[in-house]
Design a protein around this ligand. Structure first.
Ligand SMILES: [Fe+2]
Length: 368
């Protein structure tokens, strides 16, 4: 049996980033694909049949022969069978190492430029976590770090930006925060919302406070609801980093680590927070901490204006009582492993765990 060539997630991400011709063939059961997928991938419902030894399923694939094909499953085992069968059929086939688990850490970036500052949006393309570097005159602040700290370090180094602080909008439940690690490693202040319950040292920031980054002013706005401590950052009255309070097409869920009464209470707080945000200038650009669809390698930022969001997110127009009832009725399943992830983010200790095991799976912070 010839060895099946494996390709890792960062190599596949690089191929997609540079526009290399490649077919990504997703062979998982359909419900897994519906939850999260690689952008541009082609689907073949082959998982069950391959595992039953029915390799004829690979005769049903309709993809070009002169382009490399990367087979993808959940953890990178069945995809090796698919790649082997494709090779028998004379395809230049590979298997994605560790499958979608490995893909969880794949990322790309997009930039947005303003008069006196710029923002780099760093996107975990599979999982949908969005983090940011805001920079002005060679000084920078990182917001909601969700990638390995080497990613931020290397961008800061390449751009010759000096990190001034790391900030978070709230205690995250969908991914391990890398903010403490990054702040510790580079010796800069870690700034967290005042009401958080983390057990490590940090600077507290609160509603109404303004943080300066050279000539840029970053105003802290308390927006309780998704979590009690959630805050947003309003930059120069032009952009709003919203964490998981509001997304480009949905609002944050109010129920994580909460019983029914607490969820209802937080949904009510969320209503008030959202109504307050909707009174800001319509042209303000919202940059959230997550998105629920796979992020293409197109360098286009995930963003929307407040005006766009008012048009798209109909729940925003409901009266308070109806909003609360609707949001509680629409809650999606909880994110995988979120209790452990929150516990780790509260203790700040993430050094002894493999993030790939804990974080695999789609983002589930939003209510449409
Ligand atoms: Fe969250």
């Amino acid at each position: 049996m010839p060895e099946i060539p494996l390709i890792d997630a960062s190599t596949l991400a690089e191929w997609l980033k540079t526009g290399k011709e490649v077919t990504v063939l997703d062979i998982r059961p359909n419900d897994e694909r519906e939850e999260w997928q690689i952008p541009g991938s082609i689907y073949l419902d082959a998982y069950k049949r391959l595992n039953e030894g029915d390799f004829s399923v690979m005769d049903e694939v309709s993809i070009p022969k002169n382009v490399p094909v990367v087979a993808v499953c959940a953890a990178g085992r069945t995809s090796q069978i698919a790649a082997r069968e494709l090779r028998k059929r004379e395809f230049d086939a590979y298997s994605l190492k560790q499958g979608m688990k490995g893909w969880s850490l794949a990322w790309n970036q997009a930039a947005i430029f303003f008069d006196n500052y710029q923002v780099i949006q760093l996107r975990r393309t599979g999982k949908g976590c969005l983090s940011y570097i805001i920079a002005s005159d060679s000084k920078a602040i990182v917001i909601d770090a969700s990638l390995p700290i080497e990613v931020y370090e290397s961008i800061l180094r390449d751009k010759n930006w000096q990190l001034e602080a790391v900030m978070e909008t709230h205690v995250h439940a969908d991914h391990l925060s890398r903010s403490k690690q990054l702040a510790d490693h580079l010796g800069v202040p870690l700034k967290l919302p005042v009401l958080n319950k983390v057990s490590f040292d940090h600077y507290k920031i609160e509603d109404g406070q303004t943080i300066k980054l050279q000539s840029v002013s970053i105003k802290v706005i308390a927006t309780p609801g998704h979590t009690v401590e959630s805050i947003c950052f309003l930059v120069n009255n032009e952009i709003l980093f919203t964490g998981d309070t509001i997304f480009t097409n949905a609002v944050g869920r109010p129920d994580l680590k909460a019983d029914e009464d607490e969820s209802r209470n937080r949904a009510s707080l969320l209503f008030d927070s959202l109504q307050m945000l909707m009174k800001l200038k319509d042209t303000i650009i919202v940059l959230p901490a997550h998105t629920s669809s796979p992020i293409a390698f197109d360098e286009k930022p995930v963003k929307a204006t407040l005006s766009d969001i008012k048009n798209i997110v109909s729940i925003l127009h409901l009266p308070k009582e109806k909003f609360v009832e609707t949001i509680l009725a629409r809650l999606p399943a909880t994110p995988p492993n979120y209790l452990t992830i929150v516990e780790r983010n509260l203790s700040g200790n993430i050094s002894d765990i493999n993030p790939i095991d804990l974080e695999a799976g789609a983002n589930r912070c939003a209510v449409p």
